[in-house]
Design a binder for this molecule. Structure first.
Ligand code: T5A
Ligand code: NA
Length: 215
């Protein structure tokens, strides 16, 4: 009899952190590394190509003034727009790296301290999305992040606000300690990439052992 090679699902690995903490740098590097292991794609949120993505970009560049709750739901809808495709890809065996995800949505809106928009309220609109197997949090002080190039062009890029965001990320990390890995983002870029590669390989191994996708 012929044995059918049965490929398991792909892993879902998420990068989170303050603005300029190095998410895009590290997720691209991990993408290149993991290409040697099998099928892998890098997705980023907000996805600025979709209909909601266009509105989000206008808002971020300060061209649109929108109610904070409406903005929050746009970001969330931006993820839901991609959800079915994401699940299909994972089930077909492709690993997906995420440059920001629902944790950004919750942390950035909760950081605004809007009456009635508690962290729980902020998380509600993303409930049911596939949960990452691992969230890699690029930890760094807002002051250090602000000294990196390109800082300050978009709406949320000021140190006081970033401090609020960091507090919300802390609260989120404490909700899911087993699936969050906190790494020092303020270190040599190559050293950090190596640390992240090791982390990712342990996640891929866990998933190979048959760990189910959570929602
Ligand atoms: N947002 C997002 C919400 O409010 N709700 C949501 O639901 C979502 C998904 C846009 C904004 O939207 C908010 C959060 C954001 O404010 P974005 O487009 O992802 O989100 O924008 P940013 O996160 O701001 O992306 P950045 O490109 O600014 O930051 P990255 O990706 O963290 O940083 P990166 O890799 O581009 O690096 C920044 C700079 O630092 C250097 C890089 O070369 C670059 O110049 N660098 C390092 N320098 C020294 N040492 C290292 N180890 C370095 N690593 C990178
Ligand atoms: Na980025």
């Amino acid at each position: 009899a012929t044995l059918t090679q049965h490929r398991g699902r792909g892993a879902l690995i998420c990068f989170e952190g303050l603005d300029r903490s190095g998410k895009s740098t590290q997720s691209k590097r991990l993408l290149e590394y993991l290409k040697q292991q099998g099928d892998v794609e890098l997705w980023r949120f907000p996805d600025r190509e979709t209909p909601t993505g266009t509105l989000i970009t206008a808002y971020l560049e300060n061209a649109e003034s929108l109610d904070d709750r409406a903005v929050h739901l746009l970001y969330s809808a931006n993820r839901w727009e991609k959800m079915q495709g994401m699940v299909k890809k994972l089930e077909s065996g492709t690993t997906i790296l995420l440059d920001r995800y629902a944790y950004s949505g919750a942390a950035y809106t909760a950081a605004k301290n809007i009456q009635g928009a508690s962290l729980a309220w902020c998380q509600a609109s993303d409930a049911g999305l596939p949960a990452p197997d691992r969230t890699i949090y690029l930890h760094m002080s807002p002051t250090a992040a602000a000294s990196r190039s390109g800082y300050g062009k978009e709406r949320y890029e000021n140190i006081r606000f970033q401090e609020q965001v960091a507090q919300q990320y802390n609260a989120l990390a404490q909700q899911e300690p087993a699936s969050w890995s906190i790494v020092d983002a303020d270190q040599d870029v190559d050293v950090l990439s190596t640390e992240i590669q090791h982390l990712a390989m342990t996640v891929l191994d866990d998933v190979k052992q048959g760990r189910a996708l959570r929602h």
